[in-house]
Design a protein around this ligand. Structure first.
Ligand code: C5P
Length: 287
């Protein structure tokens, strides 16, 4: 029996644009994604002798069995490689809020793929690992790659971008959930008024200009929030800006809000103020 423990970093959307609804029911996306230091921890054991995959988590709200994305990752890995599953056990320790727009589940799936590649010693190129990830979730290929990237198509067509400039990030999940399919269901592509400028964001990243990156943050899902959701999201943004954030925006299909700061003390202050209201508030950095 062999074991490996991996970090599974959350992602933020520096930009998120929805171009059109596709024939297959998915949406054509254009997004700049960034991994951050807020991580789950995923431990994987192989050769346990059971001949099957067992998934456990430290959070009773998450499914343990085949519905867990970590389970799907192991199934996809063995199916794609043709390797025999001689028994795989996975333990997911959750720190990333779920139904939150931070790809917490996809991050766990990506960590399982990385762990299984290493534990089995199979020679799989990174691109192939990303492809396997794409078979069980649109955000998984980005989570396999990590860093800073442009994501197009369903989210699986990736172009690595220059790293985000060093900064401090306050991350706040409000006290309600927004499941991704439900938010996509609300979207009317022809009603989108303000789209982020992906080109300008790319230039800002190339120049390593944090203020310019902050100025270009934008997520079109924000246009489809219900009034009671918008009040909370705007309240969190305002608190972050009052504490000195360069800018703040929602990430993914929400409802998590993040603010970019040039100083740790300001970000820490925002985290303290917001944590008094919303327990799932964190200080993070780009990784
Ligand atoms: O790929 P994933 O399983 O993460 O997607 C969950 C759901 O989100 C899909 O079933 C679909 O309803 C929606 N989705 C979409 N367009 C995308 C990605 C996801 O409509 N590009």
């Amino acid at each position: 029996m062999r074991e490996l423990t991996k970090k599974a970093p959350a992602k933020l959307n520096l930009t998120l644009d929805i171009l059109r609804r596709r024939e297959d029911g998915y949406h054509e996306m254009k997004m700049v994604m960034q991994t951050i230091s807020l991580c789950d921890t995923v431990s994987v054991w192989v050769d346990t002798g059971s001949g099957k995959t067992i998934v456990r988590t430290d959070n009773a709200a998450l499914p343990d069995g085949p519905e867990n994305i970590a389970y799907k990752a192991a199934a996809a890995f063995y199916a794609a490689t043709g390797m025999e599953n001689t028994g795989t056990e996975i333990l997911v320790e959750k720190h990333i809020p779920f139904c939150a727009g931070m790809a917490g589940g996809s991050a766990d799936g990506a960590a399982v793929l990385h762990a299984l590649r290493e534990l089995t010693g199979i020679a799989l190129p990174d691109r192939r690992l990303e492809e396997i990830g794409g078979t069980f979730g649109s955000d998984v290929p980005f989570c396999v790659r990590g860093g800073t990237a442009l994501a197009e198509g369903r989210g699986e067509v990736l172009t690595t971008l220059p790293s985000m400039p060093a900064c401090w990030i306050a991350v706040c999940k409000p006290d309600f959930d927004l499941p991704t399919p439900a938010l996509f269901h609300r979207v009317q592509v022809d009603k989108i008024c303000r789209r982020p400028d992906t080109e300008k964001m790319t230039v800002a990243l190339s120049n390593g200009n944090l203020s310019a990156v902050a100025a270009e943050l934008g997520d079109v899902f924000e246009e489809f929030l219900l009034p009671e959701e918008r009040i909370k999201i705007d309240g969190i943004k305002k608190t972050m800006l009052n504490c000195g954030a360069l800018n703040a925006a929602m990430t993914g299909s929400g409802p998590t809000v993040f603010g970019l700061f040039d100083r740790e003390s300001k970000a820490q202050q925002a985290v303290e103020v917001l944590r008094a209201v919303y327990s799932q508030t964190f200080l993070a950095q780009p990784i």
